[in-house]
Design a binder for this molecule. Structure first.
Ligand code: NAP
Length: 486
């Protein structure tokens, strides 16, 4: 099999600014590693503030022409991006696996998911509407005119190197905005490849800019401090999200914040256990558990605790761990050593406080950042693992005896991204849907991400929605005109 890096020529491992692929001012670079081996796979440009501002300059200059481009034309460019990503799915997937570590089958899933944002927003681009109505007291008319917010700054995480950018870039372009994306330093290659694809399909220069950097703090804060920036969309940790919200406040920016989660997955005694097991496996293990919507705490009602736990542990123990590009691998490498260490400490803390390890629990020797699928039971309430975002293949199982009790526990967190409930009782499902303090609920489903659905959290999991019709509204301002007509 050929080297996945072949798809991204050396001249495209640089900054995409306007119509150029260029080195960072001063020529700095940084290396990207394969997390499964620790080996260097590429060197990319390391942008500084001056490069970030150069990208903002071209994005600002491109804004008027892009906003005035007919919606149908913008839509066609998004459709062309969808098609190109779909046709080149295998190349993109292999690049994602190489830099991020997820198994190839999951990377293919991410390409399909990421590409779908371009198709969805190609369809939304031509459906942006205003209103015209008579003022209630008569005498004049009310006209609303949607307008693109302006140049957008995007900061994305490493866990979905394509999809987290796609779900910002696609709606922004559909609305008529220009963009600057700063991908995570650990996974910049996929975003550069996307920019290359968008160049090839004919997206005009200046509309999609990509600035790779190891100096996120200084580059992003310079962008947010510049009055030409009109919108920040960030996906990442709640901790960094708070910092960026403070910075965005100085310039009163529109913001969309997709932050961390601490999802409870609730299995009621009346659930179809086959469905609950499938759902729990997906909700826990998709993306190696490195997902903001990963099940972080699994609550099982006492009458089915034993059966669910035994069957879940058996399935977790049967997963194979290895390099994501190898055949038959279910669980790839975690992103870095810090992540493995954090997870190992969370497991040790739980065990020290009385939890039992049913499966896994021991970090392996050897190269690469691996951690085995792990199931913990008898996890005490004060274990840190119930509060921290695990972001890995570890499942703490806790039993419960009443809906009120489990609802209170599920909601006892600063996060509010998603919850999952498994039950055959419709009223119970609706009570959980209404009672969980989350932006999303999976009912008898462990997979909820869908470009046609509004994704986003409440509480400290974020502000705003991505995907669906709501997704494009995040990139539109509304001007209201009062028109005199006695
Ligand atoms: P992170 O550390 O917050 O980093 C996210 C992005 O922010 C990266 O591009 C990072 O750049 C950048 N960054 C870090 N510090 C910054 C600063 N001071 N100023 C400006 N930018 C800064 O998060 P992560 O570890 O990459 O991703 C995992 C987190 O993302 C988890 O908490 C997960 O729940 C969350 N997430 C949320 C969603 C959602 O939709 N709600 C989806 C996916 C992930 P560097 O790479 O250079 O550090």
């Amino acid at each position: 099999m050929s080297d996945p890096m072949n798809v991204l020529a050396p001249e495209h491992r640089r900054l995409r600014i306007g119509d150029a692929w260029r080195d960072a001012a001063g020529g700095a670079t940084f290396v990207v590693e394969d997390p499964a081996t620790g080996k260097t796979i590429a060197e990319v440009a390391d942008a500084g503030v001056v490069d970030g501002l150069a990208a903002l300059d071209v994005a600002s200059k491109a804004m008027a022409e892009w906003a005035a481009t007919p919606p149908r034309k913008r839509s066609e460019l998004l459709t062309a991006t969808y098609r190109a990503l779909t046709e080149r799915s295998e190349e993109v997937a292999r690049l994602i696996t190489l830099e991020m570590g997820k198994p190839l089958a999951e990377a293919r899933g991410e390409v399909a998911y990421g590409a779908e944002f371009f198709r969805w927003f190609a369809e939304e681009a031509v459906r942006v509407e205003g209103r015209y109505n008579t003022a209630p007291a008569g005498g004049y008319r009310i006209l609303t005119v949607p307008k693109p917010v302006g140049p957008c700054v995007f900061v994305t995480p490493w866990n979905f190197p394509l999809a987290m950018g796609a779900r910002k870039i696609a709606p922004a372009l559909a609305a008529g905005c220009t963009t600057i994306t700063k991908p995570a330093a650990q996974t910049p290659l996929t975003m550069l490849f996307l920019a290359r694809i968008m160049e090839e399909v004919g997206v005009p220069p200046g509309v999609v800019n990509v600035v790779t950097t190891k100096r996120a703090g200084e580059v992003v804060s310079a962008l947010l401090a510049d009055r030409r920036t009109r919108k920040l969309s960030f996906t990442g940790s709640t901790e960094v999200g708070r910092v960026l919200l403070r910075q965005a406040a100085d310039n009163v920016l529109r913001t969309s914040m997709e932050l961390g989660g601490n999802a409870a997955l609730i299995v009621c005694a009346d659930a179809d256990l086959d469905v609950a097991l499938d759902g729990a496996m997906v909700a826990k293990m998709r993306n190696i558990g490195e997902s903001c919507i990963a099940a972080n705490r699994i609550y099982v009602e006492e009458p089915v605790r034993e059966e669910f736990t035994a069957r879940f542990a058996e399935r977790m123990g049967a997963l194979s761990v290895g390099h994501g590009l190898d055949d038959g691998v279910d669980v790839g490498a975690l992103i870095d050593e810090a992540s493995v260490t954090k997870i190992d400490e969370l497991v040790a803390d739980a065990v020290n406080r009385g939890a039992r390890v049913l499966v896994g629990g021991e970090r392996p020797d050897g190269p690469g950042h691996f951690y085995p699928p792990t199931v913990l039971v008898d996890v005490p309430e004060d274990a840190r693992i119930l509060e921290a975002e695990i972001f890995g293949p570890v499942a703490p199982i806790i039993s419960f005896t009443s809906d009120d009790e489990v609802m209170a526990k599920a909601n006892d967190t600063e996060h509010g991204l998603v919850g999952y409930v498994f039950t055959r009782d419709l009223q119970r499902a609706l009570r959980f849907t209404e009672g969980l303090e989350t932006g999303m609920v999976g009912v008898n489903r462990g997979l909820i991400s869908d470009p046609s659905a509004p994704f986003g959290g409440v509480k400290q999991s974020g502000i705003g929605k991505e995907g669906s019709h709501e997704g494009i509204l995040e990139y539109l301002d509304v001007t209201y005109a009062a028109i005199d007509l006695p």
